[in-house]
Design a protein around this ligand. Structure first.
Ligand SMILES: *Cc1c(COP(=O)(O)O)cnc(C)c1O
Length: 367
């Protein structure tokens, strides 16, 4: 599915030097490496401020608190994402409202969101997710934000370097959360996350919240949490940041290769997802929709080909969210996607031969 060693081998010497510097500095938590990473990541993304934290999950929670989400507020998001998208809303004290997704991209559908906005009055924010590395329709969400007076928080955990109409994810809303979990397209050597925003007051508030709600040592104005990034992670991320644009280009080339191979194979049982024209998709995942998905997965596994299902159970049907009162059948596009999506091996260094083997095996399964 993902061979992290190949990417590591290319930058091993650089990484080890950076870690050595971080160790020599003896700054273990935050410190100069993290501060430099925040500045460099903000510059790369074209946003005024970036605040590093301990995980993508925390980044989303901090972003919500940072823009002023409070107990009793409603935040609209997608049911078709990683768990943390919705759990961060609950953790911020708000109530998640889930709207269905677009058939073509599987991203949150602005029309469905607008229906929710018309029905509910205490909506404070919308949280679109840039699923698989493709931005949600951010022009539409920006319009909804203006028309209904609600904030936009991007879940950009899968989309470092992705863009919409030439504006990078992280700068398309009021705040955004990124994840540097080791499988993400920009990844640390452990957990890590970051919030971006164009609002200085929001950035300052998040900087306070990630450090136990403290601006001045041992004075706490809010509860906050311990959500600081380690110095070593900052050092690793600074090295990888220099390579991520090239890796994203390679992912795009690999995705185009899969598209060609599937077109040549002419398999009616396999449908690649669409890329919206304004999107610069960085293919954190390459996902197809297929018939008899679970049998196909077993068939591939027997040939030692990895595949994954992101995500097999939509969030509105998760046991811990039954109190939200959703029923099966209520968000049909997401529910269908959960039954037929399949993510194929995708990383910058995957070879032509390996991709050919994946597609040939899928063709064999259907023949
Ligand atoms: C990975 C991910 C997160 C959470 O990030 P962590 O760093 O693992 O906490 C949130 N949302 C989405 C869409 C993700 O893919």
């Amino acid at each position: 599915m993902l061979d992290l060693r190949r990417g590591y081998e290319q930058i091993r010497a650089e990484i080890l030097t950076a870690i050595e510097h971080a160790c020599d500095s003896q700054q273990f938590v935050l410190g100069e490496q993290v501060a430099a990473f925040e500045r460099e990541a903000a510059a790369f993304l074209g946003v005024p401020r970036a605040v590093a934290c301990a995980s993508g999950t925390d980044a989303l929670w901090l972003a919500l608190l940072g823009i002023g989400i409070e107990a009793g507020d409603v935040v609209i998001t997608t049911p078709f994402s990683f768990f943390a998208t919705v759990s961060s809303i609950v953790r911020a004290g708000a109530r998640p409202v889930l709207a269905d997704i677009e058939e073509a991209t599987l991203n949150l559908d602005p029309e469905q969101v607008e229906k929710c906005l018309r029905r509910r009055h205490n909506v404070k924010a919308i949280m679109p997710v840039h699923l698989y590395g493709q931005c949600a329709d951010m022009a539409a969400f920006a319009r909804l934000g203006r028309d209904y007076g609600v904030k936009i928080v991007e879940d950009a955990a899968q989309a470092f370097g992705a863009s919409w109409h030439d504006h990078k994810a992280g700068g398309l809303g009021d705040a955004a959360g990124f994840s540097f979990y080791p499988t993400k397209n920009l990844s640390a050597f452990g957990d890590g996350g970051m919030v971006t925003t164009d609002n200085t007051a929001v950035a300052e508030r998040i900087t306070m919240l990630r450090n136990h709600g403290s601006r001045r040592r041992y004075h706490h104005e809010a509860l906050g949490a311990n959500s600081r990034m380690d110095g070593i992670q900052g050092a690793v991320l600074r090295v990888k940041l220099k390579h991520v644009a090239r890796w994203n280009e390679q992912r795009r080339a690999r995705a185009a290769k899969y598209d060609r191979l599937f077109a040549e194979a002419g398999l009616p049982q396999v449908k690649p997802l669409a890329t919206a024209p304004p999107a610069y998709h960085i293919f954190h995942q390459y996902v197809i929709r297929v018939e008899r998905r679970d049998d196909l997965r077993q068939f591939l596994a027997a040939r030692r080909i990895g595949s994954e299902v992101y995500y097999p159970l939509p969030l509105h049907l998760q046991p811990c969210f039954t109190y939200l009162g959703y029923r099966e059948g209520e968000l049909p596009v997401a529910e269908r996607a959960a039954c037929d999506v399949l993510a194929l091996p995708m990383f910058p260094e995957i070879t032509d031969d390996e991709q050919q083997r994946v597609v040939s095996a899928i063709a064999d399964f259907y023949s």
